[in-house]
Ligand binder design. Structure first.
Ligand SMILES: Nc1ncnc2c1ncn2[C@@H]1O[C@H](COP(=O)(O)OP(=O)(O)OP(=O)(O)O)[C@@H](O)[C@H]1O
Length: 300
């Protein structure tokens, strides 16, 4: 279990994390979304024990993570900009990981050769961007971490490799309850991979939910009333994230349970009423709009 309690972090005068709290259950896959500069990388580095918050506490399995070797040897962080030792081959890197991570599983590393198919004696710095990322996952998964922290992880992987990596992650989560935190701008990936999602903005988590709940709680509605003068009264009873009028049809993004929305709408005679689910990408855009984040007008 990862617990982040009211942490703040400043870089000079810039507040990157602002009194942020969060908890991630063991064996879950938590997706961290957010605008550029929201503070995702700063948060991940603090959870990984690389950076120290100015205020607040962070624990992994009840132990503080900052400069705590007994915690860090159970946590692997794959950053957005990968680092490998200069001139090191994959085999050299594996030897380093084996030294640092006590749970290193050589058998797994050998088995994963067939998934990644890169020559162990290749120097990592000579590999392509996507191949370097494959090596990062290969090493990380062989270290058998309790917690895997991934900052923009899928970037650079081809579609086949993405699927392989996703399956490997799912396998470790299912079989040994590995906990995964993933920051990404790729909402489709987050939607596929994660069971929980947190949306960050200006150093805070503004929404945190199970992905299924988030999707069940936000709807797209197309609506045309028999008597348009009833619309204002009707809309006042709904929590509206976005409103657009297209001719006589209103397009609404509404927060709330489907049954409750149906109940409100059924109080008026309608010519058209369609309630449709939203993708995570659409939910993200409208939630950001609701808190004042400027977006271009999105045509659905
Ligand atoms: N080393 C640093 N020195 C000074 N400011 C920093 C440093 N790292 C991050 N920041 C600032 O902290 C804020 C949060 O940055 P961070 O990299 O955590 O955001 P992010 O959500 O990961 O962004 P992105 O999606 O663009 O990668 C930004 O305003 C950034 O300029």
């Amino acid at each position: 279990m990862i617990k982040v309690h009211s942490i703040s972090k400043k870089y000079n005068k810039q507040l990157a994390i602002n009194e942020l709290s969060l908890s991630v259950k063991k064996g879950s896959i938590y997706g961290l979304l957010g605008s550029n500069g929201a503070g995702k990388t700063s948060l991940l580095k603090i959870i990984a024990g690389i950076n120290k918050p100015d205020k607040g506490e962070i624990t992994i399995n009840e132990l503080p993570s900052f400069e705590n070797v007994s915690v860090k040897e159970r946590v692997v962080f794959i950053p957005d900009v990968l680092y490998f030792f200069p001139q090191a081959t994959i085999a050299n890197m594996a030897a380093q990981y084996k030294e640092f991570y006590p749970a290193w599983n050589q058998q797994r590393f050998d088995q994963l050769k067939s998934a990644f198919k890169i020559d162990l004696n290749k120097k990592v710095h000579r590999l392509s961007k996507g191949m370097k990322r494959q090596v990062a996952f290969w090493l990380a998964l062989s270290a058998m971490p309790d917690v895997l922290i991934l900052d923009e992880p899928i970037d650079g992987l081809d579609p086949v490799m993405r699927q392989k990596v996703k399956n490997l992650l799912f396998q470790d989560v299912a079989e040994r309850e590995m906990t995964v935190i993933i920051s990404s701008h790729n909402l489709r990936e987050i939607e596929d991979l994660c069971d929980h999602v947190g949306i960050m903005h200006n150093g805070k988590i503004i929404i945190e939910k199970e992905i299924d709940d988030l999707k069940c709680d936000t709807h797209k509605i197309q609506l045309a009333l028999a008597d348009p003068t009833h619309e204002e009264h009707l809309l006042n009873q709904l929590t509206i994230l976005h409103y657009e009028k297209r001719g006589s049809v209103s397009l609404l993004i509404v927060r709330g349970k489907e049954e409750e929305i149906n109940k409100v709408i059924s109080s008026t005679e309608v010519i058209l009423y369609d309630l449709l689910p939203l993708t995570l990408e659409e939910i993200f855009i409208y939630e950001m709009e609701d808190i004042g984040y400027e977006i271009e007008k999105i045509l659905l």
